[in-house]
Design a protein around this ligand. Structure first.
Ligand code: ATP
Ligand code: MG
Length: 200
């Protein structure tokens, strides 16, 4: 089967990683590198787009409540967010800050199920990873501002491994590439360069 051609002008790079690994931190640095090298890119946070709609329809008051909504509501919000992001990518490069699997009371829910992957047609997926103990410490540091999930290192390891399987499945399904970027303590610029290089 041939890969479908689209009229899209930009690339779509999806950046995933477990909560607290440092996606938002690393992506703001990647955006700065892109600006300095005159590469135009829109940074989009999937959860923010879903939250805009969820709060408009009165489903939640806070962003971190979304993962406790019934899965069917999350899926509906997810699909409509994918359509909005697809329209953005028609105009230029998009970096998408998202999660490969969301920990819900019903089990891990895929952040990029096949219908979202088919809508977004990513060029690359970046798995942002860090040692579980460091992620656990980052979550504890942010506890006052973010209601993140449990932080035992073995659970974080499990979640990161699941993320790799998800990226592999999407790569096989869509033909996108997969890059692993390590966000080591105090070295977020190194991970940011890996991401910015995908857009050059
Ligand atoms: P979420 O998925 O919940 O939005 P996130 O992956 O976007 O989380 P951030 O909010 O960027 O994570 O980072 C979590 C915490 O870790 C923040 O306090 C941030 O300052 C810190 N942090 C991020 N990267 C590093 C790093 N390389 N070294 C040290 N601290 C870091
Ligand atoms: Mg974030």
């Amino acid at each position: 089967m041939k890969k479908m051609k689209t009229s899209r002008k930009g690339k779509v790079v999806i950046v995933t990683g477990v909560p607290g690994v440092g996606k938002t931190t690393v992506l703001s640095a990647a955006l700065e590198i892109c600006k300095q090298s005159s590469v135009q890119v829109d940074l989009v946070n999937y959860g923010n787009i879903m939250f805009e709609e969820a709060s408009k329809s009165g489903l939640v008051k806070a962003r971190d409540e979304m993962r406790r909504l019934p899965v069917k509501d999350q899926v509906r919000l997810q699909l409509s967010a994918a359509e909005s992001i697809k329209s953005m990518a028609e105009k230029g490069n998009v970096i998408l800050d998202t999660h490969m699997f969301i920990n819900t009371p019903q089990g891990f829910m895929p952040g990029i199920p096949s219908w979202v992957a088919e809508t977004l047609k990513p060029d690359s997926i970046v798995l942002l990873e860090a040692p579980p103990e460091e992620i656990s410490a980052r979550r504890k540091k942010d506890a006052a501002i973010r209601a993140r999930e449990a932080d035992e290192p073995w659970r974080i390891t499990e979640h990161q491994l699941l993320g790799r399987s998800g990226a592999a499945s999407i790569a096989v399904q869509t033909g996108c590439t997969v890059a692993i970027a390590h966000n080591m303590e105090g070295k977020h610029m190194e991970a940011a360069k890996v991401i910015a290089d995908l857009l050059r």
